[in-house]
Design a protein around this ligand. Sequence first.
Ligand code: 8YV
Length: 330
Amino acid sequence: AAVRPRILVARAVFPDVLERLRAVFDVEANQEDQILAPAELAHRLADKQGVLTTASERIDAALLAACPQLRIVANMAVGFNNFDVDAMGAAGVQGTNTPDVLTETTADFGFALLMATARRLTEAEHYLRAGQWKQWRYDQFAGAEVHGSRLGIIGMGRIGQGIARRAAHGFGMDVVYHNRSRLAPDLEAACKARYVGKEELLRTADHVLLVLPYTPASHHAIGAAELALMKPTATLVNIARGGIVDDAALAVALREQRIAAAGLDVFEGEPRVHPDLLALSNVVLTPHIASATVPTRRAMATLAADNLIAFFDGRGPLTPVNTPAPRKYD
Ligand code: 8YV
């Protein structure tokens, strides 16, 4: 029998997905509820040809140097800012991600977080649970309007467009967006969204929603200067990546009520959350769960596994993120 490729599954996954991998590969699985530290990850990958990762495992030049046999990294995430794509390309390592399968679920959550933030859902629930609700009051938890208001979306990829469709068609919102490039006219028409500059978006939107990839160019794309442009009644929602927002500057803006509220599913340095954010009541904070439904997480794990399977059986990666240089010894 042919030698089976050796694979590491770096984080716990659905048991049946693991079984699917075990049918074709020699699998070492980290089923612990714990991220492997960089040195431990390098150690476990020293003799592996493939790995299934999540956005928590960093794949950089130092790791690649310690893993000479590695040929493919299959990320169980659409975002791949945990990859040093240049280093992977130079080392001849294929990267893959999980686009499409999580688009609608993540768009649902973006909208949920927008609603929860604008309508002060969690703040009101905490108040009720704490036994503080004594009577109705005209201004109790009075929030911002969602329907009919202006939504500004920064990052208009698949997920951004999904949110725009929900906003325009379901909530009669006036949708504006900013993106590296303008959408094709038919896509713009489908989500009834209008392209504007970043500054116009920040100045005029009632709600600003971030769904852009995290790259050196988007680091702190929302900092003190950008927050200062926003309306004092505006809400900010981040379902993209920590690091796109300067969390310390955001905490100041929220505390001083320069903007009304923020909904955050991702944080700089997560799972650590900036203590100044935790101290505020005008925030809704969730632990990176925008793609977390059972069917979607299953589809993500299955697509990551299928990328490994297709790569090693010669069909090639299904959803590649790079075109690596040919390896010297292939
Ligand atoms: C993942 C995500 O749950 O797809 C992404 O980019 O951020 C989430 O869907 C998380 O990154 C784990 O890989």
